[in-house]
Design a protein around this ligand. Sequence first.
Ligand code: SF4
Ligand code: SF4
Length: 430
Amino acid sequence: MKLNGISLPHKKGTENSETVELPCPESVIISMSQHMGAPCTPLVKVGDEVKVGQKIGDYDAFMSCPVHSSVSGKVTAIGELLLANGKTCKTVEVACDGEQTVSEEVKPPVIKDKQSFVEAVRESGCCGMGGAGFPTHIKLNYDESKGRIDSLIVNAAECEPYITSDYREMMENTDMIIGGVKYIMDILKIDNAYIGIEDNKPRAIKLLGEKTANESNINIIKLKSSYPQGAEKVIAFSATGRIIEEGHLPSDHGMIVINVSTVAFIYNYVLTGMPFVSRRLTIDGDAVGKPCNVRAPIGTRLSELLKFAEADIDNAREIISGGPMMGMSVYDIDTPLTKTNNAFLCFKSSPDDKEKVQTNCIRCGRCIKACPLGLMPAALERAYDSGDRETLNKLKINLCMNCGSCSYVCPAKRDLAEKNQLAKGFAMSR
Ligand code: SF4
Ligand code: SF4
């Protein structure tokens, strides 16, 4: 058996761009909603002095994790940010003092067992760095009564075009990745690890292979370059052959899937206690003068990042947060960097270099062939257009992960993935 996928141009023009540090900005806007789940409540007020790594937001909901200050300085505003889903969340704006003084709160956590590890990861503010932002401590806090976890899957596929931030993590921070894998395997008593890397990254495969040559239980898996190879269900299947059934989590099938940069972050936190306050991201696109990988404090405005990369903002036609397949168009140039932003792409032309003229479906079936989950995108579109909730549910609209493969291959240029996003909400609204 094999899962469907599509072939995309890689456009990884920044793969050899070593990560550079963004100079500390004059101020940052730190969102209280950077993870999947309940937003945090600010723990500071206007006028408070804050330091790097100090907790400035938290909430006690099951699906949440804290937010920390990425800079030292003074809180100048508690504001609001409009999110992509139309909701708003609180923000904490901090004027930086340029000193980057580290908070006394920052110290290595005391970890003795699985529970203290889970609590430490929550306190670190860690959520998946690959884009979805699922709080990592929830993944690690699996229900042991459902069976043993025997496999750690490290997601290093990075299958979206343009993005190379995980690749640079592998090339620049290899030892932290391996250290993190070994630490997680040890504390959670996991037998084997599988680091899945697409075959368009041969240098990373070689480097990680060399570094793990004496680790018989850490396996480097060379994955075919095929989109969306990095989707959780797809990489879990590619690495282990196990199918994550509908309504199940990877842990129900003995696996935990964690992004490669997240693994390195966790290990750095275990060693230093520095929570999630900065990240590496790719800045690329044909409107960018100096495409690069840059490490920046969380809360840095997009305008600062684009200026740093010498982007021609005045002539930009579209700015995308994330990759061209699953990313979202950015409507505000002062959008702050969050924990899940692995890239900002700035284009003068359309990212797929073709004008989009939508025509009628010709029933070619390419969308079905492309869907990694075997869904029927054309039929889903028809059901949504006719308001047929029952058929949408029968056709399993809930499984769609909005990977965009169906839209990409459609010769009629139909907005299938976008429709599916709307259809999902419609189907679940009653
Ligand atoms: S790929 Fe486009 S044209 Fe072909 S069946 Fe699907 S929706 Fe119709
Ligand atoms: S967007 Fe949904 S329906 Fe389309 S290919 Fe991806 S998973 Fe399948």
